[in-house]
Design a binder for this molecule. Structure first.
Ligand SMILES: *Cc1c(COP(=O)(O)O)cnc(C)c1O
Length: 388
């Protein structure tokens, strides 16, 4: 099976991890701050907090922004469940803003309408989580201006978008957000096995997230609330977690990050091949805004089912049977039983549901070779031509 995504691990990656195994610190050593510095150099943000995964990054980002019981968090229905669950961890209510059917990102016009209505009803969200779907940045200038107008904090879920740009600047620089989070799961752009990070330009948010990452404990004397009893002294100042990244993971991350440019180049070549070679088939191909360069985490096509004799499920099943690891990102979050139990129902976010009725993610990863991609293209062509 050609998977939809897969990590690329080199001899250098392995050597860097082994070097940590042979060192004094497996965790809480020098590699985590080194990885954080490398992420800052890549993105241009001022502060980075590396954590155990992107889900924990989202959680501490929400807490640092003061999200709690009685508050509201809004996100896109077309995302991995973690972008919404972080609100629930904080006891907040979650709601969604439907997507734009060209970019598949949260739709700025629908956001404007929903904010205006929420302002009239005195039910504005405290936090908006936007998702750079498939690696294409949302229209952050418009979204951030709206968020500022209504006093809403913005978290960018850039789990797909490390290495992407918006108006020529790297995603992650937090120019149009309070916090930007990244994921380093093996299917993402770079990997630390499990891992994530929260980036920000606000020192107080960075300080708070660093505390939350490690039990709410600080060892910095300048931050102590009580008198320092001696050199052993530390303070737990709030209820935090153990969301730390290990030095083994950070070493892998540092090594992977040195190849980010190559990864993005390769992903772009593969996406371009799909673009040119899938043209003319009964497929809706991805569309990019002029101001964005995608990291091409995902290459998603939508089947033009009105031109096909087979159903979405049948075409998907045929491709899987032929060894093509197609996938579907994502089942709209509000259709998950957990969210339905909270009152969401089919029909609530029609664009995300319409997308879901015909979408399919094709295999695309930096280590994919030309032969594998040709297999995907030829198999897809054959299946679609037979179905017409
Ligand atoms: C992968 C992903 C996450 C969660 O990442 P983890 O590192 O696995 O916790 C969150 N949001 C989006 C959009 C993702 O794709």
């Amino acid at each position: 099976m050609i998977p939809y995504a897969k990590q690329e691990i080199t001899e250098q990656d392995i050597n860097e991890v082994v070097a940590v195994l042979n060192s004094d610190f497996l965790t809480q050593g020098p590699k985590v701050p080194e990885f954080e510095q490398a992420l800052l150099a890549q993105t241009g943000a001022q502060f980075a907090v590396a954590v155990s995964n992107a889900t924990s990054a989202l959680h501490i980002a929400c807490l640092a922004l003061g999200l709690g019981a009685g508050d509201l968090l809004w996100t896109s229905p077309l995302t991995f469940v973690a972008s919404a669950n972080c609100g629930r961890y904080c006891g907040a209510q979650v709601d969604f803003v439907d997507i734009d059917l060209h970019t598949y990102n949260l739709c700025p016009e629908k956001l404007a309408e929903k904010l205006a209505l929420a302002a009239r009803n005195n039910r504005l969200p405290k936090v908006l989580v936007v998702v750079h779907f498939a690696g294409q940045s949302c229209d952050m200038q418009t979204i951030f201006a709206l968020a500022k107008q209504y006093g809403v904090a913005v978290i960018e879920d850039a789990s797909h978008a490390l290495g992407a740009t918006y108006h020529g600047e790297p995603v992650g620089n937090c120019r149009y957000s309070d916090i930007c989070i990244l994921s380093f799961h093996p299917v993402k752009i770079i990997t630390t096995a499990e891992g994530g990070a929260a980036l920000t330009n606000q020192s107080l948010l960075a300080q708070k997230m660093a505390l939350l990452r490690s039990h709410g404990i600080t060892r910095s004397p300048e931050l102590f609330e009580n008198q320092c009893d001696g050199e052993w002294y530390y303070e737990q100042q709030l209820l935090g977690f153990n969301y730390r990244m290990t030095d083994l993971q950070a070493a892998l991350g540092c090594s992977q990050l040195t190849r980010l440019t190559d990864f993005i180049k390769r992903r772009n070549v593969l996406a371009q091949n799909y673009h040119t070679q899938l043209r003319g088939l009964p497929l809706e191909l991805p569309q990019l805004l002029a101001q964005t360069q995608s990291s091409w985490h995902l290459y998603v096509v939508r089947l033009q089912l009105e031109e096909l004799k087979l159903s979405h499920q049948q075409i998907f099943a045929q491709l899987r049977k032929l060894g093509m690891g197609v996938n579907l990102h994502y089942i709209p979050v509000h259709l998950q039983p957990y969210y339905q139990a909270l009152g969401f129902k089919r029909g609530d976010f029609p664009c995300a549901e319409h997308y879901y009725s015909s979408a399919m993610t094709l295999p695309l990863f930096a280590a994919m070779n030309d032969g594998q991609q040709q297999q995907v293209i030829q198999t897809l062509k054959a299946v679609l031509e037979a179905a017409q």
